[in-house]
Design a protein around this ligand. Structure first.
Ligand SMILES: [Ca+2]
Length: 269
């Protein structure tokens, strides 16, 4: 066929659309002579496109969700998927459901005019709640300036439970709260002590999970006298409550008629 306008040594076709996609066999002829060319192939392909998807910063503890946004050079809509990690997507909003590393993928499948874009993955962390972060979330800036209120060893509600223990056992440092953990079902409270069927002391307590890297460590300890010496017990049963907390029961390794137990909470880097 004759290509309209193809009368010079070079030919540029503008406004190529998806209807132009495909391969064409082209033969160059010269009206004023007898020469013709061998057949060549002109191939029209969809345009390549690329995704712009900015890096996502690590999210501080307590961040509920992250709105996602990305564009392509083709101007087509980008779709997102969660590749891995504790997050759920709904309408381009990523809800953070736990603590850990999250990878999100941006994709664009192309259309008649554009090729599929290479996927772009972004990885970030949903950070754990450290005691310091918890203090800033729990107390006002004015309160934070007062160590008698917002210090880790302060007890602003006067219930005898210092802030570090309120944090450790999922209590409210602004509300007098001396309840003990409900064995087997509770999600907050001071450690609960009992004797099992064999007469051995057990202690059950709420613990921030190691995967949550909370900046504190817990040790269940036992002694024959309140004066000690205290011995840490390591055989435990832990039941996951959610992404942040677990319920832990530890059995006295050296049962005797008179025994004492406690949970030592230590701040850790
Ligand atoms: Ca308190």
């Amino acid at each position: 066929m004759n290509i309209a306008g193809a009368t010079a040594r070079t030919y540029t076709r503008t406004n190529v659309s998806n209807s132009s996609e495909g391969s064409y066999t082209c033969v160059v002829t010269w009206d004023n002579g007898t020469q013709t060319s061998a057949a060549g192939t002109l191939t029209v392909l969809p345009v390549a496109q690329a995704i712009t998807f900015d890096a996502i910063p690590d999210q501080p503890a307590g961040t509920p969700a992250v709105a996602l946004a990305a564009t392509t050079t083709g101007g087509l809509p980008v779709t997102f998927t969660v590749v891995s990690g504790p997050a759920v997507l709904l309408d381009d909003v990523l809800s953070l459901t736990g603590i850990g590393t999250i990878t999100v993928r941006a994709s664009q499948d192309g259309d008649g005019d554009y090729q599929p874009a290479p996927d772009v993955d972004r990885t970030f962390s949903a950070l754990s709640l450290t005691p310091a972060t918890w203090l800033t979330q729990t107390f006002t800036p004015a309160e934070q300036a007062n160590q008698a209120i917002a210090g880790l060893l302060a007890d602003p509600d006067g219930d005898g439970v210092k802030n570090i223990f309120e944090f450790a056992f999922n209590l409210n440092p602004k509300t007098t709260s001396l309840e003990t953990l409900q064995p087997g079902t509770g999600t907050s409270g001071l450690p609960s002590v009992a004797r099992n069927g064999g007469g051995s002391l057990t202690i059950e307590f709420i613990r921030r999970r190691a995967t949550a890297a909370p900046g504190i460590t817990y040790a269940a300890e036992f002694a024959s006298s309140p004066a000690g010496p205290w011995t840490a017990a390591t055989v435990e049963t832990a039941t996951t409550i959610d992404s942040t907390f677990e319920r832990v029961t530890v059995l006295d390794p050296a049962p005797a008629p008179n025994r004492f137990t406690r949970v030592r909470v230590t701040t850790a880097p």
